[in-house]
Write a protein that binds this ligand. Structure first.
Ligand code: ZN
Ligand code: ZN
Length: 651
């Protein structure tokens, strides 16, 4: 039976369990709801530091995440704490900076080797807590040009400077999450607001009798005017009444409009993985910059991006988190880009379970492990279908084709322009090119220029090696930079761009944006398009309406804004080539293999994130192969935008 709890009851349960399991000497001063966590403020951290199993047992019993905070009065001074940290942490850890968050009682240590700061089995963490009363939070500083860590440092500093606001936000959202359920109706309804029967502007509203949650809220890379936005104008979506926003990964078609919600009154949590938070901020700021330069009116400003930062709550894969009185969220690896997640929603103690795949890759890449397939329960699967109607060539075949295309272009003294999304494809292609240079598969003088936010994004990859494939991770932990080579050169400023385009030297240019929808890749295109010795290589999906898609579909005369701001007609004489097989999406074979492997088996499958022919074709294939996939009675849904699917409850 479903239990109905009021908030006061939740607090009572917490107090009862706490009095049973928490030793008296710990001296609890108060208990607060802080975001999805229950914060226990204590005066004597020694016992909990020496016996970390106590806090673990309490969390298990409560089925809630708990955080131990110390009473400010018992914390040692900053100076003493710094000295104790320096005594306890070995010098090889390479501590770069120590900062204090007095509101949350955290000491933030930026260091080269995170593991050495925490100590084996978090032994140093516990010692620091016991001796100083401060909780350690270690941030990895990768060995890169400090400029590449600019955005990352700004995010940390900004959160630190706004710590009091953040605490009050955590308290108010915590009260809301634990407000207790009052079920009048028990139902679960899923409505597509964007990214259904199309690729772009992904947004899904999940409603229950109790709460409302938004899964992704992206921008349409090929859209203009209203088609740029998902349908946020529907009646049941009032930003100020939403319980949570969940962002699966840092591509603009999934997170480009999160700050826009803050412009219209949303003040709740944004659940993300840590790298998604960092990448999302970087890319949103980049988008504002590109739009302003292109004389477009951006949908929000830096102010809203900052508001969003303060409302993010980072989660790790596999961490079960209360996000509403009747909904728990867990992220799982999606294998698509760094930090990408599948979102599992557990609704109403067993009423219904939804898995939303977001973009996912059920296959290994150089950069990432393949997507997760095992979930505690799943009745409804919302699955992306980008390549639902086609298979992709094998990765090694695609790599060979890329290398031979580059060699061929170089031998005729041409340049290769590869438009890439800053996150994902850029790093994957860099790994391929650096490897080819190291193995001498490319002429040794081949320069690889990278332009746009790629350098900063790559630095964020080096900050979270634990989320990358085993091979890349172990190289990073050995202090190598697998994305770097002496021939890889960062481009700075317009002049350098022009010099590269005009020079006679052959070169490979990786530039954003990946669909030629603004950014430096478009500037290079304007300068390189007329020379038939050059080659334009697409390595990722080109959404409808983008310049990339139009060229791919055969357009060879395009109107562009020239240097002087006037329109000019550019003839595309350069070779145009699309190399499939580098995609971060699952192809048809991988989508089907995912369904064959998913455990347990869903009863409903809702297809999204695909053009109509991809979705219809995939639905048909799944129906035909349903027995083989272990889904004999599955119900297939192929909704359009604004269609709703009732997946649970009484009709
Ligand atoms: Zn994506
Ligand atoms: Zn997408």
């Amino acid at each position: 039976m479903f239990r109905l709890y009021k908030r006061s009851e939740v607090k009572n349960i917490v107090l009862t369990i706490m009095s049973q399991l928490m030793p008296k000497e710990v001296q609890i001063s108060r208990i607060e709801f802080e975001g999805p966590e229950i914060a226990i403020y204590i005066r004597n951290p020694k016992i909990l530091a020496e016996h970390p199993e106590i806090a673990r047992d309490i969390a298990k019993k409560l089925k809630k995440r708990i955080v131990i905070r110390t009473d400010p009065a018992i914390r040692k001074s900053k100076k003493e704490t710094e000295e104790i940290i320096k005594q306890l942490v070995p010098p090889e850890a390479g501590i770069k900076e120590i900062k204090f968050d007095e509101v949350l009682g955290e000491v933030i240590v930026k260091a080269h080797k995170v593991g050495l700061v925490y100590g084996k089995g978090r032994s140093i963490y516990n010692k620091i807590l016991a001796e100083t009363g401060w909780r350690l939070n270690v941030v990895r500083v990768p060995p890169v040009d400090p400029r590449d860590l600019d955005t990352l440092n700004k995010i940390i500093d900004y959160m630190l400077s706004q710590s009091s606001y953040r605490l009050s936000f955590l308290r108010s959202s915590g009260e809301r999450i634990h407000r207790g359920v009052i079920f009048e109706n028990r139902y679960v309804r899923i409505t597509g607001l964007g990214g259904f029967m199309e690729v772009g502007r992904s947004a899904i509203l999940v409603e229950t009798g109790e709460s409302r949650v938004l899964l992704d809220v992206g921008i349409n890379p090929g859209g203009d005017g209203f088609s740029l936005y998902p349908r946020l104008d529907i009646e049941q979506l009032k930003p100020e009444e939403l319980d949570a926003v969940i962002v699966t990964h840092a591509h603009l078609d999934h997170m480009g409009l999160v700050p826009y919600l803050f412009k219209y009154g949303y003040r709740g949590p944004v659940y993300v993985t840590k790298p998604t938070r960092d990448l999302m901020v970087l890319l949103q700021l980049d988008l504002l910059d590109i739009m302003q330069r292109g004389n477009q009116k951006p949908p929000y400003t830096q102010l809203e991006v900052k508001k969003m930062i303060l409302h993010t709550i980072p989660l790790e894969y596999g961490e079960v988190t209360d996000i509403a009185p009747d909904i728990k969220l867990t992220f799982y690896n999606a294998g698509h880009i760094l930090g990408s997640a599948m979102a599992h929603l557990h609704i109403g103690e067993g009423l219904h379970n939804i898995v939303y795949t977001g973009d996912f890759k059920f296959g290994r890449t150089r950069l990432l492990d393949k997507a997760n397939t095992v979930f505690p329960r799943v009745e409804t699967l919302i699955m992306e279908s980008t390549y639902g109607d086609r298979d992709q060539p094998r990765r090694d075949v695609a790599e060979l084709e890329l290398i031979s295309t580059i060699s061929r272009t170089i031998s005729r003294k041409g340049k290769i322009l590869i438009p890439v999304m800053a996150v994902g494809r850029a790093q994957e292609i860099l790994l391929v090119l650096v490897d080819a240079l190291n193995r001498k598969l490319l002429p040794q003088e081949t320069k690889v220029y990278i332009d746009g936010s790629i350098r900063e994004v790559t630095a964020i990859h080096l900050t979270y090696p634990e989320l990358l494939s085993t091979q890349v991770r172990s190289r990073i932990l050995r202090d190598e930079n697998p994305f770097d080579h002496e021939n890889v050169i960062r481009v700075e400023g317009r002049q350098m761009r022009e010099d590269i385009a005009k020079s006679d030297e052959p070169a490979v240019i990786l530039a954003t944006a990946g669909m030629l929808n603004g950014g430096p890749s478009v500037e290079y295109l304007r300068m390189l398009a007329s020379d038939q010795r050059n080659t334009l290589v697409f390595v990722s999906y080109q959404a409808r309406g983008t310049l990339g898609r139009r060229i791919l579909d055969g357009e060879r005369e395009i109107t562009m804004v020239g240097e002087d701001g006037r329109l000019e007609v550019v003839k595309i004489n350069m070779e145009v080539k699309s190399i499939d097989g580098f995609s971060g999406h699952s192809d048809r074979r991988q989508l089907l293999a995912f369904l064959a492997n998913i455990k347990p088996k869903p009863k409903n499958i809702i297809l999204n994130h695909g053009e109509p022919q991809a979705i219809y074709s995939l639905a048909e294939t799944i129906r035909k192969k349903s027995k083989y996939l272990g889904l004999p009675d599955v119900r297939m849904y192929t909704p359009s935008i604004l269609d709703s699917v009732h997946v649970a409850g009484y009709a």
